[in-house]
Design a protein around this ligand. Structure first.
Ligand code: FAD
Length: 366
């Protein structure tokens, strides 16, 4: 008899976890979610992501990304219908950010990053290749995911493997105990509720906070993905662009605004995003400036960030009747980057439960 699992959440974290679990005949999985692929909603982060694989973790905590990269690159190389393609990526380190007292925006901008060993064609740019004002830059081939294609592809893969997906709004985690499609009691509940973990009864994790990201999607195409270490437009503004696979347009970003729940795109911010992207990549509009950009959509998504970092662990004390609760939420701005690494960890925890081994959180090695 397979173990019955109900998984809350149909974002990239929940669907990737459901897919990996469904590969074993030992598990029967129901996914329950308020939002499903195809929806655009401020409570649902996954459709708004760029999304590209740009390492965000430190060298000490890179397990999730290191383990995700091989699968995302395999999909880009051999599964075109997943909507992922390879694209050259440039990370620029502005001279003024490196001269400033504050460290630049995260490990992506380290001068000697751990991921130099991850990408076979990683290289540092020569001084003569740098645009004006840059201290240095690196370049490598990464992937960009068309989320509008990839999330439905995940649903299709899950469904092919026998996962059942249902829409529902859950107030308390206990409610999931009666929601397995077999209508029998569940053995394991998995919580991949993203940002809403802060409001979910039985979890109410107040260390989960939104980090607002405003974007503009345009029809214009860019040959290279670009990230810069900072902007001149204030601490909450960042600059990046990437072209999505299979006609997904180019995502121009962005903002990184902690604690801000505002779902509405701000036109002035959008203007600054477009201007910055054109400054770093004038070819995007063939030199015509903002007038040369053809806008598909303005958007806002909320990165599900968590003070103290991601929560991927088993909570053996959550229920008194022996049902196991496993969490997989709090991925901030790197949910795709870490999706397979985190899902694989959930499978390890589920396997341990099935075989009667200890499931308490343990130190993880890379
Ligand atoms: P979500 O996608 O938010 O899914 C949560 C799911 O849980 C939904 O289905 C929701 O309906 C369901 N749910 C929650 N509570 C309930 C409830 N009570 N009842 C029923 N259902 C419930 N990441 C990258 O790796 N690369 C990028 O380039 C990147 N770019 C980004 C750009 C922007 C602008 C933003 C906003 C994010 C970006 N991210 C990126 C981050 C990435 O989008 C998130 O880390 C990821 O989508 C989180 O996925 P999730 O499945 O955990 O949460």
């Amino acid at each position: 008899m397979p173990l019955r699992i109900v998984l809350l959440g149909a974002g990239v974290s929940g669907l990737t976890t459901a897919l990996l679990l469904s590969k074993s005949e030992s598990y029967s999985v129901t996914v329950v979610a308020k939002h499903m692929p195809g929806d655009y909603d401020i409570e649902y982060a996954s459709p708004w992501a760029g999304a590209n694989f740009q390492p965000m973790s430190s060298a000490l905590n890179n397990r999730w990304e290191r383990r995700t990269w091989p699968e995302l690159s395999r999909l880009a190389a051999s599964v075109p219908e997943a909507g992922i393609h390879f694209q050259k990526s440039r990370v620029y380190h502005r001279r003024k950010d490196f001269d400033a007292a504050d460290a630049p925006f995260g490990p992506l901008f380290n001068l000697n990053p751990w991921f130099r060993d991850l990408f076979p064609d990683y290289r540092e740019l020569a001084q003569y290749e740098l645009p004006e004002g840059m201290h240095s830059a690196c370049e490598y081939t990464s992937v960009c995911i068309n989320t509008a294609v990839y999330l439905p592809w995940l649903v299709g893969q899950c469904s092919k493997q026998g996962v059942v997906l249902k829409r529902a709004v859950i107030s308390h985690i206990e409610e999931l105990k009666t929601m397995h499609h077999s209508q029998h009691h569940v053995d394991i509940i998995i919580n991949a509720s993203g940002l809403l973990a802060c409001r979910l009864g039985g979890v109410m994790d107040c260390s989960v906070v939104p980090v607002r990201g405003q974007i503009v999607i345009v029809r214009n195409e860019a040959e290279t993905m670009i990230n810069t270490s900072g902007t001149d437009d204030g601490a909450t503004e960042i600059c990046y662009l990437m072209s999505r696979a299979v006609g997904g347009g180019t995502v121009l970003g962005g903002t990184y605004d902690k604690g801000n729940w505002d779902p509405n795109p701000d036109p002035k911010t959008a203007g600054r995003i477009m201007r910055r992207c054109l400054e770093i990549c004038p070819d995007l509009a063939n030199g015509q400036g903002v007038e040369g950009l053809s806008v598909v959509r303005h958007g806002v998504g909320l990165r599900p960030s968590r003070e103290g970092g991601l929560r991927v662990e088993a909570d053996t004390s959550a229920f008194s009747d022996g049902t196991l609760l496993i969490h997989n939420y709090g991925h901030g701005g790197w949910g795709y980057n870490g999706s397979y690494g985190c899902a694989e960890r959930v499978v390890e925890l589920v396997d341990s439960f099935r075989t009667g081994l200890c499931v308490s959180p343990r130190a993880l090695s890379n």
